[in-house]
Design a protein around this ligand. Sequence first.
Ligand code: TTP
Length: 200
Amino acid sequence: MTESAPQHSPLILASASPRRRELLAQIGLVPDDICPAEIDETPLRDETPRQLAERLAVEKAKAVVEQKPDAFILASDTVVALGQRILGKPDSEQEARRFLTMLSGRRHRVYTGLCLITPDGKTHSRVVMTQVSFKRLTEQDIDTYIASGEWDGKAGAYAIQGLAGRYVKSINGSYSNVVGLPLFETANLLDGSGYRSKTS
Ligand SMILES: Cc1cn([C@H]2C[C@H](O)[C@@H](COP(=O)(O)OP(=O)(O)OP(=O)(O)O)O2)c(=O)[nH]c1=O
């Protein structure tokens, strides 16, 4: 009797972020479906940035699991932390300006929480941290950046993969983690959970 090939379970990306889709594609992973999760991202009282990133990633994955049983569901959440202060996505230009002023000339941390729910219903999660050092920003740097609009929808009000790349002196850790999906850890999580892509 010939052994049947292992069944391919679909991979669902629980994210509206085009960056996350592009990052996955970079390592040869194409989700079978994209299901953005709408959740409340407000930090809980006394929650650390690391705890917040992990909790939100788990909540995003769980928000999609009922729609997609028998699938691998991948979700993530990125937050910027200055000390224990959490900088999420700014809700206005003024807030973006405030965040950039806070980040100017300093080192901060970027946490991305990752969550994978496997077809057997188990939840696997982890958090990856990268340190990022910003140069001191002039008023003009901030004005130019605000005018670019690139701050919108980005944790900490900047995107390292865009114009803000010129403000980043150095990073310590994973670059893809800052952009929103740490590729090394994502691949490990999927490999370790038995996920087999259609092509592998
Ligand atoms: C710091 C930083 C964040 N970001 C982005 C990654 C995330 O998309 C966003 C943080 O918000 P998230 O809530 O993590 O993600 P999202 O709302 O964009 O998408 P979804 O919840 O549907 O997955 O900030 C960058 O693109 N570059 C950066 O350098």
